[in-house]
Design a protein around this ligand. Structure first.
Ligand SMILES: Nc1ncnc2c1ncn2[C@@H]1O[C@H](COP(=O)(O)OP(=O)(O)OP(=O)(O)O)[C@@H](O)[C@H]1O
Ligand SMILES: [Mg+2]
Length: 257
C-alpha cells in the first residue's frame, strides 16, 4: 500500500510561512486536486512531497516511510514542459529509466505502450519542436509514468494549453488514470478542472498557507463533457469558489510583501 500522509507539515521561507500545520491523508489510488489562491503554498506542498523542499516541522510519509529527498516512487509533471529539445519523444520519455540504469528491451517495450496510452504512437522519433503544446504535455506525462511511480505529482500541467486542448487533456488524463489507478496530486487554478478530475478537492487558504477544506467529489465515473453541466457539478464548483473567493480577490488586488 502506498498511502500518503502529511502530518503537521509546516514550512517557512525566511519570515514567510508558506505552509502551516498541513494534516492530510491520501489513499492509495486516489485522485486528489489542490486548489487555492496564488501564493497559498500549493507548489511548496507538492515540492515537499517530491522531496525537493525539506519540511521545517512535521513530515510527509509515503507507505509509512518518511520522505527525505527525491525518489523514483514519485513522478513530477511541471507546468512548463521540461523536455530536452535535442532528444526525440522516445529519448525524452526514457530519461528517468536511463538515469536509473534500468533501460533495457523490456522497459523500452513498456515505454512504447505508454506512449500509445497517452496518444503519441507514431511520434516516437519526433523532436519537441515538431509537437503541439498538448502533445508536449503528453510526453511530460509519459515520462513521469515511465518510472512507474506510486504517486504522480502534477503542478498546473495544463495551464499553458488552449481551452479546447485542455478539455481534451482532462478527459484523456482521466482515461489514463483509470488504466493504472496511480495516486495523483493535481494542482490547478481552474476549479471546474479540479471537480471534473478528482475524488477529493483540497482547498487551501493563504497567509499562512493551510488546508481549509477537504471536499469529496462523488460524481460517477467515467465523467464526460455532460458531467460539467450536471447541477451537482455546478453546485460543487460554486461551493469551492465561494470558499476561496475572498482570498483570491485579496491575492490579486492587494498583494503585500
Ligand atoms: N524558494 C522560495 N523562496 C522564498 N519564498 C518562496 C519560495 N518558494 C515559494 N515561496 C513563497 O511561498 C509562498 C507559497 O508559494 P507557492 O509557490 O507554494 O504558492 P502557490 O500556491 O503554488 O502559488 P501559485 O498558484 O501562484 O502557483 C509564496 O508567498 C511564495 O512567495
Ligand atoms: Mg504554484
Amino acid at each position: 500500500m502506498s498511502k500518503l500522509v502529511s502530518s503537521g507539515l509546516s514550512k517557512w521561507f525566511g519570515d514567510l510561512q508558506a505552509l502551516a500545520d498541513v494534516n492530510l491523508t491520501v489513499e492509495d489510488g486516489e485522485f486528489v486536486a489542490l486548489v487555492g489562491p496564488s501564493g497559498c503554498g500549493k507548489t511548496t506542498f507538492l515540492r515537499t512531497v517530491a522531496g525537493l523542499e525539506a519540511a521545517d516541522e512535521g513530515a510527509v510519509y509515503l507507505a509509512d516511510k518518511k520522505i527525505e529527498g527525491p525518489g523514483r516512487d514519485r513522478g513530477f509533471v511541471f507546468q512548463q514542459d521540461s523536455l530536452l529539445p535535442w532528444r526525440t519523444v522516445m529519448e525524452n520519455t526514457v530519461v528517468g529509466l536511463e538515469l536509473a540504469g534500468r533501460l533495457d528491451a523490456t522497459e523500452t517495450a513498456r515505454v512504447r505502450k505508454l506512449l500509445e496510452l497517452v496518444g503519441l504512437a507514431g511520434f516516437e522519433n519526433y523532436h519537441p519542436r515538431q509537437l503541439s503544446g498538448g502533445m508536449r504535455q503528453r510526453v511530460n506525462l509519459a515520462r513521469a509514468l515511465a518510472i512507474d511511480p506510486k504517486v504522480l505529482l502534477m503542478d498546473e500541467p495544463f495551464s499553458a494549453l488552449d481551452a479546447q486542448t485542455r478539455e481534451i487533456m482532462q478527459t484523456e488524463l482521466q482515461r489514463i488514470w483509470e488504466e493504472g489507478r496511480k495516486t495523483v496530486l493535481f494542482v490547478t487554478h481552474q476549479i471546474d478542472e479540479a471537480v471534473f478530475l478528482a475524488d477529493r478537492v483540497l482547498v487551501f487558504a493563504r497567509r499562512p498557507g493551510r488546508l481549509l477544506e477537504d471536499i469529496r467529489i462523488d460524481l460517477p465515473r467515467p465523467r464526460n463533457m455532460a458531467t460539467k453541466r450536471r447541477p451537482e457539478f455546478v453546485a460543487l464548483v460554486d461551493r469551492i469558489w465561494r470558499l476561496i473567493e475572498n482570498d483570491v480577490r485579496e491575492s490579486v488586488l492587494v498583494e503585500k510583501i
